[in-house]
Design a protein around this ligand. Structure first.
Ligand code: RP5
Length: 201
């Protein structure tokens, strides 16, 4: 049995990224249906890095690798994962199927599809039947960032360090907005590189 679990762990474990100097295991599992989703899901990773939340990343497809999806979702809790972020586009079954195999919170990120601009992804992820919830975020970059922030908020109940990191990030964001109240401020264009003078004809 122990051997079987370790084989499953080997297959399902993504690459773990810990806070600098830490050997902590991943608390957030970020999975995506295709490597083409990385451009969007990278923003979730960047946000978790800013917060110092250990995480792992992995391509797991509901359609192309269904057995891996089941193994990943079923073993995540045992491996110490506390929140799963699942990004997918089009017929986006990954978040819902993942949620069906675990009681961990699953946050779904609808990836913007070429054909329908992500509306298909959004509806596929949001319209879960009662009993199997997926916390559905916005389409694309905003959804990926907010999934990471929401994951940190969930983890913050158990991990005070993460709660404080989130508080600091939110505070810094507020300060940035307050520090730049007027977009037409004359000081803003001056920060751009000076324009070359046109030669007169
Ligand atoms: C979904 O199909 C993936 O999540 C991706 O958003 C979409 C397209 O995948 P590729 O054909 O680019 O691999 O399963």
């Amino acid at each position: 049995m122990a051997k079987k679990i370790s084989r499953v762990q080997k297959r399902t474990k993504g690459r773990t990224h810990s806070a600098a100097g830490s050997t902590a295991h991943a608390l957030v599992g970020i999975i995506m249906g295709s490597s083409s989703d990385w451009e969007t899901m990278e923003d979730a990773v960047t946000t978790l890095k800013e917060l110092g939340v250990p995480h792992e990343t992995r391509v797991v497809s509901a359609h192309r690798t269904p057995d891996l999806l089941f193994e990943y979702a079923a073993s995540a809790e045992k491996r110490g994962i506390e929140v799963i972020i699942a990004g997918a586009g089009g017929a986006a079954h990954l978040p819902g199927m993942t949620a069906s195999k675990t009681v961990l919170p699953v946050l779904g990120v609808p990836v913007e599809s070429k054909a329908l601009k992500g509306l298909d992804s959004l509806l596929s992820i949001a319209q879960m039947p009662a009993g199997i919830p997926v916390g559905t975020l916005a389409i694309g970059k905003a959804g990926a960032i907010n999934a990471a922030l929401l994951a940190a908020a969930i983890l913050g109940g158990k991990h005070p360090r993460i709660r404080e990191a989130l508080r600091n990030l939110r505070g810094a964001q507020t300060q940035r907005v307050l520090a730049n109240p007027d977009p037409s401020d004359a000081s803003l264009p001056q920060k751009r590189a000076p324009q070359k003078k046109r030669k007169s004809a």
